[in-house]
Design a protein around this ligand. Sequence first.
Ligand SMILES: Cc1ncc(COP(=O)(O)O)c(C=O)c1O
Length: 383
Amino acid sequence: MNDALAARWRREFPIVDTCTYLVSHSLGAMPRRAVENVHAFADTWMTRGVRAWSEGWWEIGRAAGDLLAPIVGAPPGSISMHQNASVAQAIIGSCFRYAGRRRKIVMTALEFPTNIYVFEGFRRYGAEIVLVPGQDAIRTNLERLLDAIDDETVLVPLSLVLFRSSYIQDARAVIAKAHRAGAHVILDIYQAAGVIPIDLTELGAAFAVGGSVKWLCGGPGAGYLYVRPDLGRTLEPAFAGWAAHADPFAFEAAAIRYADPPERFQSGTPNVPAVYAARAGYEIVAEIGVAAIREKSLRLTRRLIERAIAAGFRVNTPLGDDERAGAVIVDVPDGDAAAQELIRRGVIVDYRPGAGIRLSPHFYNTGEEIDYAMDVLTDIVGE
Ligand SMILES: Cc1ncc(COP(=O)(O)O)c(C=O)c1O
């Protein structure tokens, strides 16, 4: 296997020399560059104090959003930064009314729970929540989902990649149906950004949300929100703060006058240290290119699947490359205990009930690591 990517990048991610790190669907490895950035944040705070706000801190969200934009196919000025994806979802939810005929929020029951929890909360504002059962634990029932989107639908939160199975949903079909019905899709790209190519502009999604913890190797606290440029200026989030004001330092005591996007969707003070850290991951992913990451990811996940099937394990991830993102879910008897034992032996993975052990190679992993992880898992199950 040509492992030029691993050879080039492993030194930048110290943790990969200490264990077999196969958990980037949960927490991507920390780049050395992020350590430098966090130090730079601390130095700036210590030496520049309050002057730092006018020396880059106040606009840090916009700058980080512009760094992320090419990775997800978004234009500059379309992404704002938030604490996490849940907050970003809530901000979008707060742009709409849930009264009269059009008040449905439609999604699959396989969504990441935060999407369900956030919008369940909107029932008190009049929203009707429609949860469409999956075809099984791995795939969406696309036909039923499309049927459920009608002219009473306001929003369709949709994970581009399902967290439990790594299944790539047919966002194009859902967006097309939503547009015909006059509804908006909020694409949750958390499990996709940084590992599969995404072109938000080409997809035409109204909104996208996600975070930096996983495949972007950006650490916690740097969630993001994309709003399609033609839509941005027409929306007025009720969940807003002073950083979303057209003139925040006028400190007006009246209803908000909205800034233009992306600040319009910002709430209050930006999460400066998290954004400092996250930029390192964005730069590295952009430098490598998502196409190269995807090519390697497919090679390694194929190898993982081959090994799992050869060992007689059940694979709860689509086998076809077109349907599968970066993680592979392997179901073995007593999976929770097996995952704990893998971790104890230095193979870092996680376990999700109803799915199995999630393993995910990223650009810094090698084929040898896949073989090692599967050897260890086979031993554990044999024991
Ligand atoms: C698809 C998806 N959406 C959202 C989240 C998390 O959302 P938040 O940033 O609010 O923690 C995750 C994982 O943690 C996820 O896999």
